[in-house]
Structures are given as C-alpha cells and as structure tokens.
Ligand binder design. Sequence first.
Ligand code: NAG
Ligand code: NAG
Ligand code: NAG
Length: 780
Amino acid sequence: MEASRARRGLRQDCYVYCISLILLLSPLVGGIQGQSTDANYLIGVGSYDMTGPAADVNLMGYANPEQNAAGIHMRLRARSFIVADPVLSSNRVLFVNLDACMGAQSVTLRTLSRLKSRYGGLYNEQNVVISGTHTHSGPGGYLQYVLYIVTSLGFVRQSFNAIVDGIEQSVIQAHENLRPGHILINEGELLMANINRSPSAYLNNPPEERAKYSYDVDKTMVLAKFVDQEWGEVGAFSWFAVHGTSMNRTNTLISGDNKGAAARFMEDWYREKYGEFSALAETEMLDFAPPGMRPEGLYLERRYKSSDFLKSSGGKRSTKMSSIMHRVRSPMKDSLKPPFVAAFCQSNVGDTTPNIQGAFCLDTGLACDFNHSTCNGKNEQCVGRGPAYPDDHFASTKIIAERQFKRAADLFESAKEQVVGKIQYKQTYVDFSNVVVKLPDGQVVKTCPAAIGFSFAAGTTDGPGAFSFKQGDNQGNLFWRLVGGFLKSPSKEQIECQKPKPILIDTGDMIAPYAWAPSILPISILKVGQFVILGVPAEFTTMSGRRLRDAVKSTLIEQSDGEMGDDLQVVIAGLANGYSQYVATFEEYQIQRYEGASTLFGPHTLSAYIQEFTKLATALVKNRDISPGPQPPDLVDKQLEFLPGVVLDSTPSGVTFGDLKQDVPANASYKIGEVVEVVFYTGCPRNDLLTEGTYGLVERLDSSSGKWIASYDDDDWSTRFSWYRLRTMSPGSFAKISWEIPENVQAGIYRIRHFGAYKHLFGSVKHFTGTSSSFVVSGV
Ligand SMILES: *[C@@H]1O[C@H](CO)[C@@H](O)[C@H](O)[C@H]1NC(C)=O
Ligand SMILES: *[C@@H]1O[C@H](CO)[C@@H](O)[C@H](O)[C@H]1NC(C)=O
Ligand SMILES: *[C@@H]1O[C@H](CO)[C@@H](O)[C@H](O)[C@H]1NC(C)=O
C-alpha cells in the first residue's frame, strides 16, 4: 500500500518538478540514469531542529554543575532515515541520529508512543533505533534515571520535549519522503581523528587478540549513501567512534561538537557542489503566515516553502510563532527534493577521545601518568589536548569535524557496493542486573545490579571529575540534597559480584525517589541486506565493540545456511534507545579506569551482551520469535524538576528589548578573519526556543534589489550567540552576537539582527527583533 502510494505520488509530482530537477541535478543525471533501474527499497530521510533551551540548563556529559547553556554555537538536529521493502512496505526500519549526548529510554518510549498515535504500529520498539552522537554540549535533564540528572537539578521537561519533538518531525519528513531508491555502502580508514584515552586498560586485553589489530581504537568509518531514484542523492549516514568532547567542560554554547559540525560541513559541501541551493541569494523570502497571526515587530519571512512546512507540522496551520523566522538553509524554491541530510553517528565510543595530542598536566606541561592519568597523584590537572592546541577548543572541534567530513565525502563519492537483500530486525529488553552467562569455556557466571566504581568520580582526561558523591554530602545542589539521602551501602553479595570494582555508588539497589540507574535495557538489530546495525544502549570500548561485532557477524553467517557471507557489514550504533554508561571487556574491567568503573553490571557485562545479541541474531536469521523481555519503566511522569522557570524579563528604563547595548562602530569596515560583535537587550531564550529559526542573523544588502538577504544564522560555524545576565537571577539579560568573517564571504554591506522573546510578569511572551547599524565587509 505504501509502495503504490509512493509511486502514485511520484507520477503526480513529476510535472511540477521534473524540469527543474533535471536542471538542478544536471551534474548527477548520468548517475541517476545508471541508478534508476536499481531502486530496490523505499528510502526516506529527514532532519529537524532539536536545539532546546539555550539558557540555564546544565549541558549533558561532563557532569559539571557549572557548565550551563548560555547561547548557541551550532544548533542540534535529529536526522533520520527509513528503509522499507517495496513490496511489503510495512516491513521497514527507522534509524535516528541525535545531536545529543545519548539516546535515552525516556525519549525512546515517548517517541514511540507519538509515532504510534500517528502511524499505528508502523514504527515500534522492534524496528526503531535512536542513537546519540555523544556531544557533551547539548542541554541535559532529559534522562529518567536519577544519576544522570543530578547536575541538571533534576528533570528538564523543555529539553526532553525539544528532543522528542525534533525526532518526531524528522521522522515525519523521512516518512513523507519515502520513495523508491537504493543504498550504497562503503568503508575506509580515518586516521588522526581519535586515540585511546585509556590505553593502559586496553593493554590488559590478551596480546594475541590485540595482535589482530593495528590500532588501539577503531579507525574505520562506515558510510551508507541514500539515492532516490528520481531525486538522486538524498543522504549519507556514517559511523565512526570518537567522543564528542572536542569542546571541553568549560564551554557554555550549545554545540553538536565534532560530529554536529561535520554534519553541517558535509551538508553545506553537498549544496555547494551540486547547486542544490544555488538560487539561495536570489530566492525571495516567503511570507506565509496568515495576516492575523503576525506578531508585531516580528518579520515573518521564512525561506522554507509553506507546503513543506505544513507537511512537516502534520498538515496543521496551528504553527507556533516560534517556528516562523529566518533561516539561511532551506530548500530551493519550487524544488520538492528535501535538503540533503548528512549524519555522523556514534559507534563503540567508550575509550576514544578526539584530543589526539594526548593528555598533559596543566601545571607542569608534562605528560600525565600513563596508568592513572594523574599529575602528582591528582586527576584534576590531567587534561587531553585537541589537535589545534594551544589554539582553543573551537579550532580543535573544527579540525576533528573536517577530518570526519572529508573522509565521509570521499567514501560518499566512491561508494559502489549496493545493499541488496531482505529487511529484518529484532529487539528485546534484557534485565542486565541478573543475567546468567555461559562463558565459552563452560564457566557459568552472573551479572550484578548496577554499581559505579571510584574512578567514576575522577572523570576522564576529556573532563576531570567535579562530582563529589560522598555519602552524607550536603554540599550539592537542591536535587542532590534531596536524593543524596537515599545513598545506600552495598551488600556483601554485591561487593563480591562487582569485584575488583570498589563501589562508590550502589545505583542498582537504589530506587528512591525513583530508580538511579537502569537495569532493563533494549538491544536491537536492524538489518538491510548485508548492512547490519547493532543498537547498544551504552558506550562500548573499542575492544568490546570488536568482540560484539565479530560475535554477531559469525552468528549471522553460521546460522544462515550460506545465505549470508563475509560481505556482511556490521556497525555498532552506540548510546542507542537507552543509556547505561560503559561496557568494558573483562580484562579492561580489572584495571578499573573510568570506563571499567562505569561498566555498571560487573565484570561479565560484555559477555552478557554478547550472549544476548547472539540469541537475537539467531532469532533474526531463523525468523523466530524472541521473548520481548521485561518492560522498562516509564518514569517521565514521576520526575522531580528543580530548575526554576523564567519569572520575567526586563530592561533598564529608556531602552527596550531589541535595543542595542553595543553597536558596531560608525562607518565600520571589517576584513576576513575579523570579528564583528554586537550586544542587544534581550529576554531569556527559554521563552521561545525558536525551533527551526535563529536568534542571530547576519544579513547582506543586495545592491540591485535593495533587499537584505539572510546570509548566516545562529547554526553557522562563523556565528556565536552568547546569552548572559550581569547578575544571577537578574531579570535583565543580553544577547551578544559575534560573527567571524569567513574566508568565502561575499564583500558588501552587512548588518546583524537578533530575534528573541521576553516574558511579562503575568506570563505572556512577546517577540521582538533588533538590528545593528550596517557595516562594510571588504572581503580581504
Ligand atoms: C603501568 O602498570 C603496569 C602494570 O602494573 C606496569 O607494568 C607498567 O610499568 C606501568 N607503566 C607505567 C608507565 O607506569
Ligand atoms: C577549555 O578550552 C578553553 C579554550 O580552548 C581553554 O582556555 C581551557 O583551558 C580549557 N579547559 C580545560 C579544563 O580543558
Ligand atoms: C562616516 O562617514 C560619513 C560619510 O562618509 C562621514 O560624514 C562621517 O563623518 C563618518 N563618521 C565617522 C565617525 O567617521
């Protein structure tokens, strides 16, 4: 049914866009002709803004209570693909890549229930994998277990909703763009983009096993290229293991870190290369909001076709004002082809770091102690250096992003191997607190209830620990003071089970005020022909990931009676559907560095995963049912929230929202590499997330038409939107918008604008905009 609908859609739409399509994609036409006969699936991609609250909310990843959002460097997006069987189109898989620290059980459960009410059972626990990129610069507070929301003052519903909404909208796009096409896969080595941050633990793996590999981290990038039969290339999803810790624990601007930046760079590259948006500068901004819905003072230009917008908002006109703004990137006028989607997905990320120069002591400048990552016995001073060091972390982020993007672009252009074969998937829930594991040597062992070891509190060389988890600690924040009283001492049995881990927090036995850590976790396999994605709810270390991939691959081959061969391409999608910290190998666990200390379910955690995945893979090949396992709890409605809302915004007398506190100097002129900086009186960004919009905009004056053309928005690498108050709790706040003139700038007259919303004491939120004086960009 879906297939015939898609084909009908194709015919109807063809009149409208085929001509422009041929012009638009002329460099690709050769390719399209060659490819069109090969369409063997229905494919669709989508992408949607999920940036969330850009103020006050703790950023997820470093557990640093002082690292709260204060603006945006780059927006965060949910990027999705769907692959369906052209004959039986209900047989399909959905993969979502989030610019978030991790997928989460809370997010998966809520997203599935949204998708269920929209599409019935089409997308469900079985065929959906939602994986996080592991950026450490996205708003937190969206996970449901206590331990992961301590530094965010508990749950933050606005963060949670932004993510679930973003996923839902991106899936709607992918669903509506589902049309005949094919997929190519490719793989290649990417050097100089990751190293191992716990090499001493890796070295404890057996020498004969280590001898099989050239590196102590995976250097392979795997890429899937999505080609629509008519539209040509619509997307690329790649997997490569590297932590999202290029931006360090002092950063307060929301950022997708190295993977988010790589995605943006590749999407821009595609557009420029294939002229997808060549008409951008000439495109007239569309004004589509019905006149009655225009708030005063807010310009309503939007560069997104209204039909697409309505489509993605579910066909309803009840658009929130927040989604009606200026965007620089949007599809070409009259093209129905959706924007190209590039996603950089996370894999067995556990012991990797993008800080490839290694870890050094801040005080002495010497290398840290190899085995303990300490300086003079202390961990706080030992910090990893990115490739740009001593230049700042933005520069390092850009380098690691560009390396991933460039490799992905090569793999994209040289991809030849077509994915062929059945679409299959299997998922189950496993209670990891109590798995009986039969080891290959016949020994029978068990996993344990979750617990965290002492090294957890020390953090890693990407972000030394700041977390004081001592029993009876009354120093923490409001949330910690409330929940810290529920800390428990581990039982003898638990101490024995977790050995040699010295237990810092016995999370698995702590269920008040609600569960501290998960025990029931989802594991998934999505298989499209020879391409296999393993959804794991954790950060697997390098060697853990290799063992799991090998086990699944050999099971699939052995059990398939010759149907599957060595061409199976198995990737791990990390931090998927749920989150349970790390999975180290048994041997790495003995060393008890951060990754071993954060392997929740004891020394045999990895063996339990391998055993359960082997069962899942066997069931998939044999087309057998597998027990769904115990249902994980949905704790979203029980959550405690302590982050205060916005009470009100105000400005000093004599000025109003959108007025300039700092303008550009009169008759200013700037060259490439210089930074333009303006400051506006503003309101709290939490009043309106401006989803798919922008807080800051650089506009260029088009001399022939006299119109201002949107040129760079707050998602662009060259702009930074910083939000600040002069004093905590002050109702007055400021938006600093800075723009570093990029190399490829078009010389001309520019100005900078700010969009925002402020809150009255009695609750109503009003939008405003402000504009700087114009200035000259000379280009050199
Ligand atoms: C690290 O620890 C191992 C095992 O205890 C020891 O053999 C090695 O010498 C240590 N390396 C350094 C550089 O301290
Ligand atoms: C974080 O990065 C900034 C900018 O690169 C740098 O000044 C600072 O020292 C770094 N801090 C840590 C703890 O790495
Ligand atoms: C700016 O330029 C105008 C016109 O060229 C000139 O009259 C004015 O004096 C200049 N102002 C400053 C502050 O340089």
